[in-house]
Structures are given as C-alpha cells and as structure tokens.
Design a protein around this ligand. Structure first.
Ligand code: ADP
Ligand code: MG
Length: 543
C-alpha cells in the first residue's frame, strides 16, 4: 500500500497540471500512519463543482456496539468528533450536524474498524491544480483530524450510545404505555431563536402536572419521570405567548433522538407521529379529502381531489389524509398554522349557513372518529377557541410556560357533546400512474433543507416541520430517483416507499445512493417526509 510520503509526492507532482488530473488519485488507498487509510473516491471535475468525496478507514474496534441502533449512535458520535476536529478547515467537511442523532452515510462503526466519509475541496489556481496546497490538506490537516478520532473519548462515546439506547427504548415503549409522547421532567423546550435549534439559555424547565406524571426505568438503570401525553385527543390551551407552540414543536421533533445537552433528550414521541398544517398554494393529486370536504360548489369529486393551488382548508385536509396514508398514528396541529374554517365552526355560523351549503366538516366534528375508527390520536394547540374541550380526553393548560392539567375545568364548562354519527374511513392508498420529470438530466438533488430539484421542477418542503436536516432532504432526493423506477406498475405510493425503507433496513443507507462506492453525504429520511415530497410534486398523477 502507498503511504503518506507517496501521497505527498503524487500531489506535488500534479502541481500546475489541469484540474482534471486530480482524478489520477482516485481509488488509490494511502496509509497515513498509525493504521489510518485514506482513499479519494471521486474527484470533482472542476474547482467550482461540488467538492470531492473521500473516506478514511480507521483501526477502531467498535464491536461492543451491536444492533443497528447502537451502531447508528456510535457512527453519529464519530461524525461529530470529525466535524469538531475539521471545523477549522474550510476544505475538509462532513456536513452540518444538528441536534438530532440520525442514521447517516458519514460514518460506519464496525467490529474492527470505522469508516468516515467526508468531502474535500481540492484546491486550484484558476483551473490548474495547486498540488502543494492539496498535499498540505491531505497529508497534514487530514491526519490531524484522523488522530482525534483515534483518541476518541470512549467514556463519552459510551454515554452517547447509552443515551440513544435509552431514548429509543422509551420510544418503543410508548404504545404499551398508551402514550403518544413523553416529556421528561426538567426538559428545556424553547430554542435560542427562530433560526437556531439550540436550547434557550435561562428557560423555564419543564415540570409535569401530577395527574399526567409517569415514571419509567430505562435500560441504563436510570429512573425518569415526566409527563405522558396519552393516546386520544389532547388539547393544549393557554394565553398567547405562554409556550403552547413551543411544547407542541418539541413534541413533534421528539420523533428523533437528541444529543446530550439539547434539552429535548427526554422528549420522546412515537416515530409515526406527523405534523399537519395548512399550506395554501400546494398541489394535491387525487387525495380523498371527502371526510372533511364535500359538495363543493363546483361539483368536484373530493374522494379524489386534485388541484394545483389548494386553499387553506383543502391543503390542510390533504396534509391530514396524506399523513394517515403514510401510516401516521398521531397528528400534531397548531392553531398558528391552521385554517380556522378547517378546524371549527361556531354556533352562529352553523345557524346562518345551513350544513348543506357548507362543504367543510370541521375537524372538531371528526377528531374523535379519527381516533375511534382509525386509531389516530391528535395533539392540538388551541388558545383561541374552547370548541375542542368537549371532544378532548385531556386538556393541558400552559401558564407562563408551566403546565397543568385543566381537563376537569374544561369539561365542566359543558358544550356540545361530540357527535358519534360521524365516521372516519381512511381512503384507499393512491397508485401513481408513474413518477417522472420531463427534461430530467441529473439525479434529483436537495437545495438546502426545504427544496428538491427534480428535473425542471422544484418540490417545496418548507412547511414539513419534521424534516430537520438538509442531509435528510438529499436522502429524499435519492429516494425519488428510486421511486421513479418503481412506480408505474400498479404499486401504491405507500407500498413503494415502504419497500425503499425495507431496502435501507436490509442493505444499509448506502443503497439509496445513485453512486457505487462513496455514496455521498446524506441521512435517512422518514417514510412520511419521502411521501410528503412526492405528494408535493406538481406533475404527480394518480390512478
Ligand atoms: P404560544 O404558542 O403560547 O403563543 P410560544 O410557544 O410561541 O407561545 O412561546 C412564546 C415565547 O416564549 C417564545 O419566544 C418561546 O421561545 C418562549 N418560551 C416558550 N417556552 C419557554 C420556557 N419554558 N422558558 C422560557 N421561554 C419560553
Ligand atoms: Mg403559538
């Protein structure tokens, strides 16, 4: 095997050559010393293209971490160590790693070694190779980063894996406990700012009301107490600015494990819980929204509703039924991002506009049927209306960020008893005619967290609150390319997306990549967000 001196020599020899000559290095493995092996997998074609892909193989034995969850957590830890060590360098990068512990392509923990994948911006002067500088980056800076990984703090690594194991254990426990989510005592829910996912300093720590308090003993032996949000219908109330949306948002992010110090380590939510909001302007293809919207003045069929420009209420109805189609067993709804006419209709309005002139069956009439008939729980924030009190199993009050159980007081106020005549039947899974993008020349690709370029089209995932990392968006883009090949032979969208999840489970996350070898840097998206992306594709046609 070639060594560090060879790498230095190979690079300095390239100095001044046309940029494309960097490709001469690809596929050769160099021993950088101490058992660290470096390989350049794919060289960028020019200095302005996305950076080159490379990986390190490190002599770390991580065989004590068994099972997918532990390996994901150990790999996440290595990714973070690499990220911290490489932060000073603009040339070597592993992606921006956030507060969530995700399954990523950046690192793999194995019995007797670890792989770490990253990008390196190979330097140029104009279109000529700066070989000496490249040698400095790859034979000095990079080994420095690699040595930090070899000196990894094994106690901290163990803690990271153990925390993740406890979180995932509790998540798996929730159905048995009859809970949608759990919010640990002392959790810090608010974030530093609207554009930061880090904890707010000096926040009021979460405290559970006694009536909803639950206690669990985790696999690590630690005992944890906190508030359980039970299955059924839960309404969060309280004055404006008292922390309602903050609680809901933390719970909706609780579908992911969080790192120590995040403040939401013990906010644990069922994995198939989905946020539902209004999203006017979105396209909808063949969604059965008839449980919510019927008898449109246009006479349009709402059992297979399509539009290129949904209204507030139709978009929210579509988001809701699509979430259920994707397998959601709990929904999160915030008044701040809801269409009022989708959610409620008050007495005066019911008196003035007769039911047969109103296409919308408000959610307040359907929310119980959703749980009774389809087993789908709802947690919703409502500060402006008590309409949901009579249909709520639990009402949680927030007062200056402090939670109390106000169920009894809310129920004592009376109000219309929930209708039992309304039923909810989930629509049949939709079957796309095909998935294709006319004029597509390149694979689908993420542009930031919220956009996917697919052929000439752009898919906007801005409102998908539970899509947390741009690396997941790249994962969704790859999934779309795979779906393109699957769909069109009578398979439903849900089935096709689940097959992709099964492929990842069986073959690993690399299986999503359009490339062999280094797959590129991305993270695993949830089934729900993959389906959300396809659902927002404006050219989607379903049978
Ligand atoms: P609401 O939805 O009830 O109107 P928000 O959840 O939007 O209120 O919260 C209002 C503000 O209070 C936000 O700036 C949020 O960061 C802050 N906040 C929320 N919870 C806490 C807390 N536990 N401690 C300190 N500040 C908080
Ligand atoms: Mg709010």
């Amino acid at each position: 095997m070639k060594n560090r001196n060879d790498l230095h020599r190979d690079l300095t020899r390239l100095d001044g050559k046309p940029y494309g000559a960097y490709r001469d290095l690809t596929g050769t493995t160099y021993d950088l010393g101490r058992g660290i092996e470096f390989t350049l997998d794919r060289a960028q074609v020019d200095p302005y293209a996305p950076p080159s892909l490379a990986h390190l193989r490190l002599p770390l034995s991580l065989g004590q971490y068994r099972g997918r969850g532990e390996r994901v957590a150990a790999a996440d830890y290595l990714t973070r160590v690499f990220d911290r060590a490489a932060r000073g360098s603009r040339d070597i990068q592993i992606g921006r790693i956030g507060q969530q512990i995700l399954e990523r392509t950046t690192a793999e923990a194995h019995e007797d070694h670890a792989l770490v994948r990253f990008t390196v911006a190979l330097p140029a002067a104009g279109r000529r190779i700066k070989g000496r500088l490249a040698a400095t980056i790859l034979t000095e800076a990079l080994p420095g980063v690699a040595e930090k990984l070899l000196r990894v703090d094994t106690q901290e690594l163990d803690r990271h894996v153990s925390l993740h194991r406890d979180q995932e254990w509790l998540r798996a426990q929730l159905p048995e406990m009859g809970l949608v989510a759990f919010v640990g005592e002392g959790a810090v829910l608010p974030r530093r700012s609207g554009d930061s996912d880090e904890p707010l300093d000096g926040a009021v720590p979460f405290a559970s009301p006694p009536t909803l308090r639950r206690e669990v003993t985790l696999p690590s032996g630690r005992t944890l107490t906190g508030m359980g949000i039970p299955e059924g219908v839960t309404v969060i109330v309280g004055g404006g600015y008292h922390g309602k949306s903050t609680l809901l948002r933390a719970v909706e992010r609780g579908v992911y494990p969080h790192i120590e110090g995040d403040g939401r380590e013990w906010v644990i939510t069922r994995p198939a819980a989905v946020s539902v909001r209004a999203e006017d302007g979105r396209a909808v293809s063949g969604a059965d929204i008839s449980a919510f919207i019927n008898n449109l003045p246009s006479g349009e069929d709402t059992t297979a509703f399509s539009t290129t420009n949904a209204s507030g209420s139709t978009s929210q109805a579509a988001n809701l039924v699509e979430a259920i189609e994707a397998g959601a067993d709990a929904l999160f709804i915030d008044e701040d991002t809801s269409a009022t006419n989708f959610m409620i209709r008050d007495e005066r309005m019911r008196a003035l506009i007769s039911a047969d002139r109103e296409p919308i069956t408000p959610f307040v009439d359907t929310v119980r049927a959703l749980y009774r008939d389809a087993g789908v729980s709802t947690v919703l924030v409502a500060g402006g209306s008590g309409a949901f009190f009579p249909v709520a199993d639990h009402v949680i009050g927030l007062d200056a960020y402090r939670v109390s159980d106000v169920t009894e007081r809310a129920h004592d106020l009376g109000g219309e008893a929930p209708s039992t005549s309304i039923r909810f039947r989930p629509g049949a899974p939709r079957v796309p005619v095909e998935l294709s993008a006319p004029g597509k020349r390149k694979p689908a690709a993420a542009k930031g967290r919220a956009l996917i370029r697919y052929g000439k089209a752009t898919i906007d995932l801005g409102p998908a609150e539970q899509l947390v990392d741009q690396a997941q968006t790249t994962g969704i883009a790859h999934a779309i390319d795979l779906l393109e090949r699957r769909l069109g032979s009578g398979e439903s969208l849900r089935e096709a997306v689940e097959q992709i999840a099964a492929l990842i489970d069986a073959q690993g996350l690399d299986a999503l990549s359009p490339h062999r070898g280094h797959p590129g840097l991305y993270a695993r998206p949830r089934v729900h967000e993959i389906m959300a992306a396809v659902n927002r594709y404006r050219e989607l046609e379903v049978e």
